[in-house]
Design a binder for this molecule. Sequence first.
Ligand SMILES: [Zn+2]
Length: 243
Amino acid sequence: MGLRLLCVTAHPDDECFAFGGALALASLRQVETSIVCLTDGSAGSNRGPASSARELGLLRRAEFAASCRILGVNHHEILDYQDGQLEHQTLAKLATDLVQRIRILRPQVIITFGGDGGLNTHADHTAVSAAATAAFHWAGSPKRFPALGELYTPQRLYYLTANFFLEGRLRHIPAPWTLTLDVSSVLPRKREAMRAHTTQAPLMERASPIFDQHGGQEHYLLAASVVAQPATASTDMFEGVME
Ligand SMILES: [Zn+2]
């Protein structure tokens, strides 16, 4: 029983920079929250004191764990895919790992990036979106990976989107949003989780004015729903979800 939310990400820090408001709000209302992050971020351009990719990966794993604690996330896991290389993985392999997690965690709601790859159009984000979408649709299908645990059909898939563009960067091509979350009450917690990523401090500095301007809301598209319905505007990703 109870509500469960799974967030599928590519890099340690996506959970707070991108989805932190949704995760913190869900945690506050006692929704059981999980994150599956596909890489350890060891190819990041901000490297802190790390002298090797392995060392950076280890630092970022610890930062991710701290950020998850601050956001109140119940389960978090980093898989062993290579940062910056997700687009070269087969869809079948990525989806296998995610279907397995969905069948264990049994989330009613899954959130992930849209096909645009987020505000920074990162190819890893686009690959995560494709794999999470496939896994969402396949987890309950007897035709897909029947040996990978008990079939389970989540109820809703949401893609992160945005109502603004980053200045001075390649423009992403955003999905329209159906869900607007007022995350202003948990913005301090989201910022605190962002600060836990100490190797990413330069990014935090650049992002801070953007969050000053846009940080009060997160926008999502309802990309799939077990209920056939028209797209309608909503402010609660769990409204109407069955426990
Ligand atoms: Zn990322």
